[in-house]
Design a protein around this ligand. Structure first.
Ligand code: PSU
Length: 308
């Protein structure tokens, strides 16, 4: 384990990431909230390992990001990944509390927002996740809007996801992204995907066919000096999807339970994902793992294309 942070950056790199940086190999960032708050053990660790393997097979090097005992790690060693996957009382870190975890020696998993901040700091341009956070249903009352959207507007990282989670208000999520100037580009479809389902019923603002197309788009943005992230949406493979109609039934029941139990703020998304996992007898988890793997494959392709 590399234990000393580099003098210039408050980051500890894993051996593999350190070697990749020295050799100038393409890197793909991965988040850790999906491991600690998004999936139960041991499905979470299986997903974390398989996603890393897929990125290596795609010609890039994976860098899973987390805060362990107040230290920011970019790339986790096998034992660190295993410990995190089983850890309890892990903070769910976003822009607001990322530095707090560092300052107080806490262990925290990075959400999309915090992972983007860390990736940008480490010079990593591509990041694969499952589904971004967004505008929650009923946000007109609760004001619950994920900090992921604001981060996409600010931070120069390409985020590959399977769309916004269908538990959200997807039309409002797309509206906020448009207002904040975040390009939303779906790969291989003209429909914006809805995480477990290939379609949301909403057209994607932009569409492309390949990883090379996304690399060209990024190059053009850089030439223009346009800052901020790109949201790449990648529909879940057809053989793994659960239809929008079927999902909507589970989501309604989960939302009802969340309301009855007064679940709020950061706890909402993990609660809903867990509720849906139990309702579907684990099928939603299988789909979630498949879509993250699919996103890792595309993210590796984008990182390799950008490095050419
Ligand atoms: N993708 C998944 N599962 C997850 C997440 C993404 O397949 O749990 C996490 C990401 O870390 C994202 C977070 O930032 O869900 C959104 O949480 P919230 O809605 O509280 O902003």
């Amino acid at each position: 384990m590399t234990q000393t942070a580099t003098p210039a950056l408050p980051i500890v790199f894993s051996r593999e990431v350190e070697a990749a940086r020295a050799a100038g190999l393409p890197l793909v960032a991965l988040e850790s909230t999906i491991i600690t708050h998004g999936m139960p053990y041991p499905g979470n660790i299986e997903m974390a390992r398989s996603v890393e393997t897929i990125i290596l097979d795609g010609g890039a090097v994976p860098a899973t990001i987390a805060v362990l005992n107040g230290v920011l790690h970019v790339g986790l060693e096998e034992d660190q990944l295993e410990q995190l996957a089983q850890a309890k009382n892990v903070m769910k870190l976003s822009r607001a509390d990322f530095a707090f975890a560092l300052a107080t020696g806490r262990t925290g998993a990075t959400t999309v927002a915090a992972t983007m901040i860390a990736a940008a700091l480490a010079g990593i341009r591509v990041f694969a996740t499952g589904g971004i956070g967004g505008v929650h249903r009923g946000a007109e009352e609760s004001f619950d809007i994920s900090a992921d959207l604001e981060e996409l507007a600010k931070t120069d990282v390409i985020v590959v996801c399977a769309g916004a989670k269908a538990i959200l208000d997807i039309p409002k999520t797309l509206e906020v992204l448009e207002t904040r100037g975040v390009p939303v580009v779906t790969c291989g479809s003209t429909d914006f995907p809805a995480f477990w389902s290939r379609v949301s019923g909403l057209p994607s603002p932009l569409s492309v066919e390949t990883a090379d197309d996304i690399a060209r788009f990024e190059a053009a943005r850089q030439a223009l000096g346009v800052r901020g992230g790109i949201l790449v949406a990648n529909p879940v493979p057809a053989e793994d999807e659960i239809s929008r109609e079927e999902m909507e039934g589970y989501i309604q029941i989960a939302l009802q339970a969340a309301a009855e139990q007064h679940v709020a703020a950061k706890a909402v998304t993990p609660f809903l994902l867990d509720h849906i996992f139990h309702q579907t007898g684990g099928r939603s988890l299988k789909t979630n793992i498949a879509l993250v793997e699919n996103n890792a494959r595309l993210a590796a392709g984008i990182a390799v294309a950008l490095a050419r």
